[in-house]
Design a protein around this ligand. Structure first.
Ligand SMILES: [Zn+2]
Ligand SMILES: [Zn+2]
Length: 506
């Protein structure tokens, strides 16, 4: 009995100590920004919302309606859903739910990382496999492609090839941010989360140096839009895969606290129209994102945020995302109303070129570069501290000619599958088949053409091919191949020329 009493007392003392520790180490509350000095609204209307959200249609834990309601409670105006898929599902038309504009997009898994396609109509064939092909297809089909979690701590989620022509990149991905914390830090955050959810999540953010450097590298060559991805599922991957795990996963971090932590602010040509104008509003919003007229705010650090960044030549002014192909000096003007001690930092191609403590920064840019802004606030979490505001660049000069683009990425001669059927007679003068165990294929030689019939029956990577062996003598005599290919439905075909020499197959 006495032992039990002692045990209870010890447990209570332990809990009290834990509670005191959690209480004492609670993250600071959001700093309130005084907007008194902000000029009456002369800047374009802005919509604030969240990008990269998973619902229970893929590995998220809540319905589209519940997620929209959470966004409404967090004060957001739009949600961009990015459930996992291969692009063949017709996206839901844009609609307002709980007063929040809901836009349907898709996150595609490629062998080189995850790629989000906005504004993509249903693809006539599944998008998967090589990142190069998916990036090309998304653009060709009219979508806008964004590299998801480029610098994830999980190697198979990282983006592999920064030479590809993607349209945008996540400079911040919340899931990557939380994955790189120790399990002890996550556990402590989970305890603090019970008392101050959004602040506890924001406290885990650091400045993602690596992803920002990758973005800066891309913008030296061409316009690449930076966005902050919530990657919200409302469950930590380690806890289980939500509904797939066969029950309700522990909903941490929940959608609403994540939505309150940070947001994307898109400048619009006109304010959103609401309910009856969902399609037009979605087009307007996507046009703003495509043009790079977006900045991110870490709302849990300080709020509300007012920010403007423009380039001026004589009397003309140019917004974020614009490219000014001029040899004239450009006056860059930044305004940011922040809490006391806020600092505006201007970066050119990722390097700091000016810093000001206060509300305005003016800089005459004379060298070509991609100029973007970070606003830093004392007390922001992270080592290094997460910037409170991150703008998109204004591009000066003709990016393509300043730095030669990296050599085209070598498309790996896709060695298809190891279980490939090479059991055939290699002979010249005929097309022969190669296919993996999950595909069927046949080839028929007609008078004027070769008929290739195939079916890919398993998930990628899977492939079927017809192969023509040139022979060594023929190979030496040829300098080109010309052939016509026709398909009975939209399809992606690729051609490989393989050589056997001392260096192996190329
Ligand atoms: Zn992903
Ligand atoms: Zn995702």
């Amino acid at each position: 009995m006495r032992n039990l009493r002692r045990l209870v007392a010890a447990t209570l003392a332990g809990l009290a100590a834990l509670f005191a520790w959690v209480w004492l180490t609670l993250p600071p509350r959001t700093q309130a920004v005084d907007l008194g000095g902000w000029p009456p609204d002369t800047s374009p209307p802005t919509a604030r919302g969240v990008f990269h959200v998973h619902s229970d249609r893929s590995d998220g834990s809540a319905s589209v309606d519940d997620i929209a309601a959470a966004a409404a409670r967090a004060g957001l105006e739009f949600v961009i859903f990015t459930d996992h898929g291969d692009g063949t599902r017709t996206p839901d038309p844009p609609v307002y739910r709980a007063g929040v504009l809901c836009i349907d997009a898709v996150e595609i898994s490629t062998s080189g990382g995850h790629y989000i396609a906005l504004g993509l109509p249903a693809s006539p064939y599944p998008l998967a496999g090589e990142a190069l092909e998916v990036v090309e297809d998304v653009r060709r089909l009219g979508g806008f492609g964004i590299v998801a979690h480029p610098a994830s701590a999980k190697a198979d989620l990282q983006w592999k090839d920064f030479g590809l022509e993607y349209d945008g990149i996540e400079w911040l991905n919340a899931d990557s941010q939380w994955r790189d914390e120790s399990s002890r830090a996550i556990g402590a955050a989970a305890l603090r989360y019970m008392l101050r959810p959004s602040e506890a999540l924001a406290a885990l953010l650091d400045r993602p140096d690596h992803a920002l450097a990758q973005w800066d590298h891309s913008t030296r060559r061409r316009q690449v839009v930076g966005l902050a991805g919530a990657d919200a599922h409302a469950h930590l991957a380690s806890v289980g895969r939500g509904r797939d795990a066969g029950g309700t996963a522990f909903a941490f971090p929940g959608y609403e606290p994540v939505f309150r932590a940070f947001s994307n602010n898109v400048a619009l040509a006109r304010p959103l129209g609401g309910e009856k104008w969902a399609a037009q509003d979605a087009a307007l919003l996507l046009a703003g994102i495509r043009a790079g007229r977006v900045f991110t705010t870490i709302d849990m650090v300080a709020a509300p945020a007012r920010f403007s960044f423009e380039g001026r030549i004589d009397d003309a002014s140019y917004p974020m995302g614009a490219r000014l192909q001029t040899a004239q000096p450009v006056a860059l003007a930044v305004r940011a109303q922040g809490p006391p001690g806020a600092r505006i930092v201007l970066l050119a191609d990722g390097n700091r070129v000016a810093t000001v403590e206060g509300e305005a920064l003016n800089f005459i840019a004379t060298s070509p570069a991609a100029y973007r802004v970070e606003v830093l606030v004392p007390g922001a979490p992270g080592t290094p501290a997460i910037p409170w505001i991150v703008s998109n660049p204004i591009y000066i000069g003709n990016g393509a000619s300043e730095i030669p683009p990296p050599p085209p990425s070598i498309v790996s001669s896709r060695d298809l599958n190891p279980d490939f059927d090479f059991d055939m007679d290699i002979e010249t003068g005929a097309w022969v088949l190669e296919h993996d165990a999950r595909s069927t294929a046949s080839v028929e030689h007609l008078v004027d053409r070769v008929l290739f019939d195939y079916a890919l029956l398993g998930p990628p990577p899977t492939a079927a091919a017809i192969v023509y062996y040139l022979g060594d003598e023929n190979r030496a005599a040829l300098d080109r191949f010309i052939f016509d290919v026709r398909a009975d439905r939209p399809t992606r075909a690729s051609v490989q020329l393989k050589m056997n020499d001392e260096t192996g197959v190329s």
